[in-house]
Design a protein. Structure first.
Length: 67
């Protein structure tokens, strides 16, 4: 049985902001994080979902009704 990766509310908030097309600087400001931390979190989400690009992570979440 294959388990679906779990995204927490912080991951989903990050993906929502990316889906809105906001620049990384704005995403970082809204989350109260540094741009570097946002980049790391994006990479961690992509790795967890086994996708290469943030837009693929957004599409993954949309297709599953998470966004």
């Amino acid at each position: 049985m294959v388990r679906s990766p779990v995204l927490d509310e912080e991951d989903l908030r990050l993906l929502r902001l990316l889906a809105a097309g906001l620049p990384l600087e704005t995403v970082a400001r809204r989350l109260g994080l540094s741009e570097r931390t946002v980049r790391r979190r994006i990479r961690a989400v992509c790795d967890r979902l086994d996708v290469k690009a943030p837009i693929q992570a957004v599409v993954w979440a949309v297709r599953r009704g998470m966004l």
